[in-house]
Design a protein around this ligand. Sequence first.
Ligand SMILES: NC(=O)NCCC(=O)O
Length: 379
Amino acid sequence: MAGAEWKSLEECLEKHLPLPDLQEVKRVLYGKELRSLDLPREAFEAASREDFELQGYAFEAAKEQLRRPRIVHVGLVQNRTPLPADAPVAEQVSALHRRIKAIVEVAAMCGVNIICFQEAWTMPFAFCTREKLPWTEFAESAEDGPTTRFCQKLAKNHDMVVVSPILERDSEHGDVLWNTAVVISNSGAVLGKTRKNHIPRVGDFNESTYYMEGNLGHPVFQTQFGRISVNICYGRHHPLNWLMYSINGAEIIFNPSATIGALSESLWPIEARNAAIANHCFTCAINRVGTVNVFLCSLKAHQDFGYFYGSSYVAAPDGSRTPGLSRSQDGLLVAKLDLNLCQQVNDVWNFKMTGRYEMYARELAEAVKPNYRPTIVKE
Ligand SMILES: NC(=O)NCCC(=O)O
């Protein structure tokens, strides 16, 4: 399994395929070709100084007579953890705050309206160790913890909606921990929070000792720039999870993740792209980068997490998608979306109209009953 030395699928295709083949391969793997965004020179200079990748693309929609284009710029951030996992907790959090502040400043230069960070962005990825201290010390209040207050400042200073996925400690309800995304309005107010609905239990990739399945359903947040929701990491394997955010009106669904090559790299390009197609919305898949060395673990089997392969991307309802950010470097992906594309594609493919939800609602309601017998017709 390749680590950082294999930079990206895109670089590999471009290096090895003759141009006519490359164009056909890209047509199939990436859909309609996207225009590169003309981002400011100072943004590229700052990104290079800060040693992260910056890419930008525009998704276009057809002109309409009655509606004006609904343009929004989203920013996706992927990053390594700057300090080793055995550094003091407060220092690790501060280093991550500093790193993200530098990236958000570049996002602001690029006109980003909504930015989303990776899953549990304030900590090393320790969920599979099954140890408590020091990892549970990274948990914070979603409403007024230090990270939320930090993000409120960013949001207000840059007039930007901030989606901040953290490990939440809910001290109002018995100190329960949750895997949560806090949504902060561009005014700086906390708009609300949403929790991860599905927890991985995939062999050693098991996060179930840290937090419970979310209990907040599928909230959608009305922002000044459009309706957004957050399907956290492993939730992307569950088509019904995407569907419910879409049924509640999400036009952009963020998928902040932490996932490794051996487990999911072949699924990664398919799932969020497919969800954008199936639900007539934009999806933003974000993954962290690098290896995480969690030294305190007592169980050898849970120490080696493998390689977090980055490759964050945005997909549109017409199946087009951006290239991925690199597998090896911190990065900011900026995408200009015209949200009118959601309704335009819906009117062509009609998945909502032809979805037969009442039939599935009836059948599912029966299928979950303890005495249900599957309908199998035998000779
Ligand atoms: N953090 C998390 O849910 N990881 C699960 C891995 C995956 O879903 O690919």
